[in-house]
Write a protein that binds this ligand. Structure first.
Ligand code: UGA
Length: 467
């Protein structure tokens, strides 16, 4: 068990509460400070402002060791101050550090030395700037350490307690050692480095994860053209120990509050320093286009989407969170609305009513697909695994499933009577509406390559050549 310290946390957002809760779980006393009175009041009353598995239990279990306040002066007795505020993108794609600077404005005047630990994702060079700002404010007795977070939404508590590594970038070795001591009890490699490198590790990790996804999405798009199955391809490639299987799932593109922001912040940081980061420009563009491919797939089957009813299933940017920030669902649903489609949406926890005005958010899956010309799986919630059911088929006006996350088994879905399109999977027989079929010359039955093609799951079905 770690020696118990008193830890102040600036920011009762997702990173602040997970960090505060888990540090309390490790035995420390934690005071979380936020500037939003309603948020602090809700936390004091035991209510969590967002959905994150395991976090309510962690906070409840450690309620004797964690408290919430609006008053930064209550952090004056803390040994360490974690900065866990948001760093959203500005219009230029740089990171907006205004919340970091206002936390610095509110730093309590402590009698003894305190350590400021940056958890928020910040541009490389921020540590140097903060150090200069602290000196300018005669706060030279405040030390600075960069200790980036690698928490993924939906698994944040597990990620904190069982991390792949802890990264600590410090100006003074004793500060690094002090921060490392807070994590005693967690078995993992610790990377001790300089502040700039720690800042870069965080940005590079998110940029590389995004790059892997954009890469496999482009492979998927080529698979669609040449009749290969990206699921088998990803498996076969990912088994190479040099490449690995993670973050290699093709889909409708990445979303969330981190990838878009951090990839663009790194690209911008490079540009500001005189380097054009070409690869990241492509990673971002591929992701934007990937979301929109759903529209073309729907049009292939339904022709013009004006007046067609489309069920958008899953709104959160990934399962097990209610977070809608940068969610592909918002782009897809907005494009559908712009095309004049009737959009019905469903999500077990996320509420998009304000952001998707014009769409109808339904309470359950059956209600959402009622009368729909197509159902689109945007987020791979477990509840959608049984989508290809008789009940759903009967409710739909037209049994067409566009599976944006390759959640369903194509063959089973087709056997259940649905036309099915995944991402980078052998395509469905071309079952277009009559007027589309006529225009596209698709009236001929599809050519079927029957029998399992070796190494590829399911039959390969090839649409007829276009006239
Ligand atoms: C991400 C990183 O995974 C964390 O390590 C990091 O700490 C965090 O950002 C952050 O900077 O705070 P998060 O955004 O919560 O975490 O979610 P991810 O699990 O990384 O998923 C991001 C997006 O990529 C989701 O839309 C997901 O559906 C998509 N994704 C993920 C794919 O399309 N394919 C994959 O193979 C994996």
């Amino acid at each position: 068990m770690a020696e118990s310290r008193t830890i102040g946390v600036f920011g009762a957002g997702w990173v602040g509460l997970v960090t505060g809760g888990c540090l309390a779980e490790l035995g420390h006393k934690v005071i979380v400070r936020d500037v939003v009175p309603d948020r602090v009041a809700a936390l004091q009353a035991g209510r969590l402002p967002f959905h994150e598995p395991d976090l309510p239990e962690v906070l409840a279990r450690n309620s004797g060791r964690i408290r919430y306040t609006l008053d930064a002066d209550e952090l004056a007795g803390a040994d360490v101050l974690f900065i866990c505020v948001q760093t959203p993108p500005t219009y230029s794609g740089d990171a907006d550090l205004s919340y970091v600077w206002s936390a610095l404005d509110d730093l309590p005047r402590a009698e003894r030395r305190q350590l400021l630990v940056m958890k928020s994702t910040v541009p490389v060079g921020t540590g140097e700037k903060v150090r200069a700002a602290l000196e300018a404010r005669s706060l030279a007795n405040v030390g600075y350490v960069s200790n980036p977070e690698f928490l993924a939404e939906g698994t944040a508590v597990r990620d904190f307690m069982n991390p792949d590594r802890i990264v600590i970038g410090a100006f003074a070795p004793e500060d690094a050692a002090f921060v490392e001591s807070l994590y005693v009890g967690i078995e993992t490699p610790v990377v001790q480095t300089d502040v700039a490198s720690a800042e870069m590790i965080k940005l590079a990790a998110n940029a590389f994860l995004s790059t892997r996804i954009s890469f496999i999405n482009e492979i998927a798009n080529v698979c669609e053209l040449v009749g290969a199955d990206v699921e088998s391809v990803a498996q076969g490639v990912g088994l190479d120990h040099r490449l690995g299987p993670h973050f290699f799932r093709a889909g409708v593109g990445w979303g969330g509050s981190c990838f878009g922001k951090d990839v663009s912040a790194l690209k911008q940081l490079a540009g500001n320093s005189g380097y054009h980061f070409q690869l990241l420009a492509a990673v971002i563009e591929v992701n934007e286009l990937q979301k929109r491919r759903v529209i073309a797939k729907l049009e292939k089957h339904l022709g013009r989407l004006r007046g067609k009813t489309i069920a958008v299933l899953g709104l959160a940017f990934k399962p097990n969170t209610d977070d809608l920030r940068d969610a592909p669902s918002l782009v897809i649903a907005s494009r559908l609305l712009a095309e004049g489609a009737v959009v019905r949406t469903w999500d077990p926890v996320a509420d998009a009513r304000e952001r998707l005005q014009g769409a109808t958010q339904c309470d359950n899956i059956l209600e959402t697909v009622r009368g729909a010309d197509a159902a689109v799986i945007v987020t791979e919630w477990n509840e959608l695994r049984d989508l290809a059911s008789e009940q759903v088929r009967e409710e739909m006006a037209r049994p067409l499933i566009i599976d944006g996350r390759n959640l369903l088994d194509p063959q089973a879905t087709r056997l259940a009577g649905f036309a099915y399109e995944g991402v980078g999977r052998p395509t469905s027989p071309f079952e277009a509406l009559p007027e589309v079929a006529e225009r596209e010359g698709a009236a001929k039955p599809p050519v079927r390559v029957s029998g399992p093609v070796e190494g590829v799951r399911g039959n390969r079905e090839v649409p007829p050549a276009r006239n």
